[in-house]
Design a protein around this ligand. Structure first.
Ligand code: GLU
Length: 564
C-alpha cells in the first residue's frame, strides 16, 4: 500500500486564516492517523501578491498551533535574521523539495515542454484587447466566457513565434468530454463542457499558474490525499484533466465545507474592515482624528471608505480599532493568538468545523473536547460534513475558558507571561514580582489571556485613582452595626502588623479577626474590597490585598476612611 501523504499548500499572500488552519489541521490529522507524512508547500507563484513575510507568518502560526509538518520549509522565527532558504526539513524524503514553488520553475517548464510537444498545451498570443472582445462577445450572447483554441489556430506558426521567444501564455488543451470528480465528501460530481476552458498553465511572466504547479507538485511529492476547502471544488476538474494529460495519478480529493459567521455571511478577512466601517463616525473631523492613529493619508481613507472590497493593512486596522475602542472579530490565526486563545483550544474548536468524532460522553452529550492525539486517532474523511460550518464564537470562548481554568497553575503562569511578553509587555513590567500572584488571581476569572488585566485592574492603578462605587459605599461602609467603616478602622492595625503578607496569612488573619468579633466574613471582606478597589468585585481577599501590598493597602484604607 502506498503510504498516505497529505499536504497543506498555502499561498503566502497574507495571514493564515482560520479556514486555512482547519485545512492544515485536517491534513495533519489524516497523515498522523494513517502513519503517513504531512507536507507543507508554499505556493508563491503569484509574484505580485506573495511575500516572504507572509510565508514566515504562516509557518509561525502553524508552529504555534502545534501543526508540525514532516517535510517542508524550515521554520525560522519571524524576528530572526535568517532567511527562508535554510535547507528544508524532511528526513529521508528531502528529494521532493524545494517546497517554495517559485524555486521549482524549471520543473514546471520541463512538464510544460513535454505537453507543448504533444500538443496537449499550446502557446497563445492574444492581446488584452482581443481577450476583451471575446469576453464582450460572450456577454452579448449571455454566455459565460470560456476560452477555447480557435479552429483555425496555426500551430506551426505559433510554435515558431514561441521558439523565437515572443511573449505569450501557455494554455491547456482541455478535452471536450465532461470530467467526473470523485470526492470523498461530496461524492461524484460531473463537470460538463460549459465549466471547462483552455485555462492558462504558464503566465506571460514565466510563472506557472496555480493549476499547473499544484498538479505537478502533488504528483512529484507523492501526495495521495488532497484535503482542501470547497472553494477549490471548481478547480478540481481542471486538475483531474491535467493529471490525465500528463499521465499522473489522481489523488483522493476531500473538499471541506466553507466556514460561515453565525449571521450567514462567509467568514472572511474583510470582516475586520467591515466592523471598522460600521463603527466609523460619519463626521470628517472625527474620522481624521481616528486616522491620525495610523499612517494612512486622507486619500487612502477616502479610497478605503468608498470601496467595500478594499482591506487596510492589519496594523492600521488595529490602531483604528484601538482609537475607536472597538474589538475586531478574530479571523486570522494571529488574531486569535493576540486575543489570548490557547492553541490547543483553537485546534480543538477548528476540528469541529465541518467534522465531529461521532462519539458521546458518559452523560450522553456529544464528545467535543479533545486533544491533538485524539484528533489524529479519530479523524476520518467519512465524518466530514457537506453543509456549511458555523463559527460560534461563544462556544470557542467557553472552550477557552474551561481550558484556561484546567491548566496547571505554573503552566498558566508561564503561558500568560509568554502572551504578555508578546502583546502586553508593560504588564509584567508593572507587576514585577507580583506576577505569580496576579496569575493565580487571574486564572479562574478570564476567558482569554487577553482579558488578564481586567480582574486585577485595581492593582494596576495609583492609590488616588480608586473611584468608589456610591451604592457599594452606602451599603457596605455606612450601614450596619458596626458600620463597614468602623470594621475597617478596627482591622487596620491587624493588617499592618501581619508578619507575613501572603494571601494565606492574610486570609487566616481576616478569618481570626471576624471570629473574635462574631462577624460574618462578608462584614469585613466587602468593606475591604470597596476601600481597596472601589467596588465589591475582586479576586479572593488574600489575593486582592497581596496584589496591592501591605503599604498600598493601608494607604488605600486610610484614604477611604478619610473620604467616605
Ligand atoms: N494555494 C491554494 C490556496 O492557498 C491551495 C491549493 C490547494 O490546496 O490545492 O488556496
Amino acid at each position: 500500500m502506498t503510504p498516505v501523504v497529505t499536504r497543506f499548500a498555502p499561498s503566502p499572500t497574507g495571514h493564515l486564516h482560520v479556514g486555512g488552519a482547519r485545512t492544515a489541521l485536517f491534513c495533519w490529522a489524516y497523515a498522523r492517523g494513517h502513519g503517513g507524512r504531512f507536507l507543507l508547500r508554499i505556493e508563491d507563484t503569484d509574484q505580485k501578491r506573495s511575500s516572504e513575510d507572509a510565508a514566515r507568518g504562516i509557518l509561525e502560526d502553524l508552529a504555534w498551533l502545534g501543526i508540525h509538518w514532516d517535510e517542508g520549509p524550515t521554520w525560522v522565527p519571524r524576528d530572526s535574521v535568517a532567511g527562508l532558504d535554510a535547507p528544508p526539513i524532511g528526513g529521508d524524503h528531502r528529494h521532493v523539495g524545494p517546497f517554495f514553488q517559485a524555486r521549482r520553475l524549471d520543473i514546471y517548464n520541463r512538464h510544460l515542454d513535454r505537453m507543448i510537444e504533444a500538443d496537449l498545451a499550446y502557446p497563445a498570443f492574444d492581446t488584452a484587447e482581443e481577450l476583451d472582445a471575446l469576453r464582450r462577445e460572450a456577454a452579448a450572447r449571455k454566455a459565460t466566457f470560456r476560452y477555447r483554441r480557435a479552429p483555425d489556430y496555426d500551430r506551426d506558426a505559433c510554435l515558431r513565434r514561441y521558439k523565437a521567444g515572443e511573449a505569450c501564455v501557455v494554455r491547456f488543451r482541455m478535452p471536450d468530454e465532461p470530467v467526473r470528480v470523485t470526492d470523498a465528501v461530496l461524492g461524484e460530481i460531473d463537470f460538463t463542457e460549459e465549466h471547462l476552458d483552455d485555462f492558462v498553465l504558464r503566465k506571460a511572466d514565466g510563472f506557472p499558474t496555480y493549476h499547473l504547479a499544484v498538479v505537478v507538485d502533488d504528483e512529484l511529492m507523492g501526495v495521495t490525499h488532497v484535503l482542501r476547502g470547497q472553494e477549490h471544488l471548481n478547480n478540481t476538474p481542471r486538475h483531474v484533466a491535467l493529471q490525465r494529460a500528463l499521465g499522473f495519478r489522481t489523488p483522493v480529493y476531500a473538499h471541506m465545507p466553507l466556514i460561515f459567521n453565525p449571521d450567514g455571511s462567509k467568514m472572511s478577512k474583510r470582516d475586520k474592515d467591515k466592523a471598522i466601517r460600521r463603527a466609523m463616525p460619519a463626521a470628517a473631523d472625527t474620522q481624521a482624528s481616528v486616522m491620525a492613529a495610523t499612517s494612512l493619508s486622507p486619500s487612502d481613507l477616502a479610497t478605503w471608505l468608498a470601496d467595500k472590497t478594499r482591506q487596510l493593512p492589519t496594523d492600521a486596522l488595529l490602531s483604528i480599532a484601538r482609537a475607536l475602542d472597538l474589538s475586531l472579530p478574530e479571523i486570522d490565526v494571529e488574531d486569535f493568538r493576540r486575543s489570548g486563545y490557547l492553541p490547543e483550544t483553537l485546534c480543538n474548536y477548528l476540528a469541529l468545523l465541518g467534522w465531529n468524532p461521532g462519539l458521546k460522553n458518559a452523560d450522553g452529550t456529544d464528545l467535543e473536547r479533545f486533544d491533538m492525539a485524539f484528533l489524529a486517532e479519530h479523524f476520518s474523511l467519512e465524518r466530514i460534513g457537506r453543509s456549511n460550518a458555523k463559527f460560534d464564537r461563544d462556544k470557542l470562548l467557553a472552550f477557552n475558558q474551561a481550558a484556561i481554568a484546567a491548566l496547571d497553575p505554573d503552566d498558566f503562569e508561564q503561558r500568560w507571561r509568554e502572551w504578555c511578553d508578546r502583546y502586553d509587555p508593560d504588564l509584567p513590567a508593572i507587576l514585577g514580582d507580583r506576577f505569580a500572584l496576579a496569575a493565580r488571581a487571574v486564572q479562574p476569572r478570564i476567558r482569554t489571556l487577553g482579558q488578564g488585566r481586567e480582574p486585577i485592574a485595581f492593582a494596576l492603578i495609583a492609590e488616588d485613582a480608586v473611584r468608589y462605587d456610591e451604592k457599594a459605599v452606602e451599603k457596605h461602609l455606612r450601614k450596619g452595626d458596626p458600620t463597614g467603616l468602623a470594621v475597617l478602622r478596627d482591622f487596620l492595625p491587624t493588617l499592618e502588623s501581619l508578619a507575613d503578607f501572603t494571601p494565606e496569612a492574610i486570609d487566616a488573619a481576616a478569618k481570626a479577626f471576624c471570629e473574635s468579633r462574631s462577624l460574618g466574613m462578608g462584614r469585613l471582606a466587602q468593606p475591604l474590597r470597596v476601600a481597596l478597589t472601589g467596588s465589591t468585585v475582586s479576586p479572593g481577599l488574600g489575593e486582592t490585598l497581596g496584589l496591592i501590598g501591605r503599604g498600598g493597602a493601608a494607604r488605600r484604607i486610610r484614604r477611604c476612611l478619610d473620604s467616605c
